[in-house]
Design a protein around this ligand. Sequence first.
Ligand code: DQA
Length: 147
Amino acid sequence: MARKVFVLNGPNLNALGGREPGIYGGKTLDEIEADCRALGAELGFDIDFRQTNHEGVLVDWLHEAGKTAVGVAINPAAYGHTSIALHDAIRAIGIPVIELHLSNIHAREPFRHKTMTAPVCVGVICGFGPAGYTLALQALANHINDQ
Ligand code: DQA
């Protein structure tokens, strides 16, 4: 049976495609989901792909993942920079979480350089545009297989 992996997306990522394509690339979130499903099938992952603009919903989904999934790839978007609640949820769930950002947050405004979530993730992928999602899934597969 395929192992469930959650791919979680935070605020404003529903606007991808039209939202600052010079920074985030031209793919829509639906197109990114299709890429994740295609690679997920190769990796033996059953991809549960979700987006919300609400912090508490991300917390609830992380808890759900902790009970049902083998790992999580998350683009927390702006909440990554601010959310102690997401930091605590990732610590609490006991499954590997990989953080990703489409843009290189370290080459942008100083308020994006820090992430509250990165210290409790296995690692962070940023700066590779939409490819960051499939890179994160590959990294998750490598990490799980090494465990
Ligand atoms: C982002 C980077 C964040 O700083 C920003 O708030 C986002 C998107 C990214 O994918 O590059 O909404 O997470």
